[in-house]
Design a protein around this ligand. Structure first.
Ligand code: HEC
Length: 105
């Protein structure tokens, strides 16, 4: 009987772990795609590889725990930043988020 309890516990832990991975993990190919989109559309203002921005804010100052804000600002624009919702597909903006989260190493 006791063994079933441990087996159940192990399965439960595994499923919780799998869910967490699904929510937060980003795929390497997403990061790569994001880096390419960034180089084309974002680097002119935010700097090559997210470093030394020409005049826009330094993305290093933007919180990495606020996916909603990132997606919202990039999609709809913010102050002097143009909106990207018409230019980029939603999954391309998610790829940018993945690249932003991963950072340049
Ligand atoms: C024309 C220049 C320009 C380009 C191109 C540009 N940005 Fe921005 N971006 C800005 C400026 C200026 C701000 C600061 C907005 C503010 O807070 O006043 C900003 C702010 C941001 C922020 C922070 C928003 C927040 O919530 O505070 C993010 C994230 C961001 N940009 C991502 C991107 C991404 C990703 C791209 C490429 C798709 C991009 N930007 C392209 C000018 C630009």
């Amino acid at each position: 009987m006791k063994n079933f309890f441990y087996l159940g516990l192990a399965l439960w832990c595994a499923s919780v772990a799998a869910q967490n991975v699904g929510e937060t993990a980003v795929a390497p190919q997403q990061i790569k795609a994001g880096a390419e989109i960034y180089a084309i559309h974002c680097a002119t203002c935010h700097g090559n590889r997210m470093k030394n921005p020409e005049w826009a804010i330094d993305l290093a100052t933007i919180p990495k725990n606020d996916r909603q804000r990132f997606i919202q600002s990039v999609t709809s624009g913010k102050n002097n930043m143009p909106p990207w919702g018409d230019v980029l597909k939603p999954d391309e903006i998610v790829a940018l988020w993945a690249y932003f989260l991963a950072g340049e190493k």
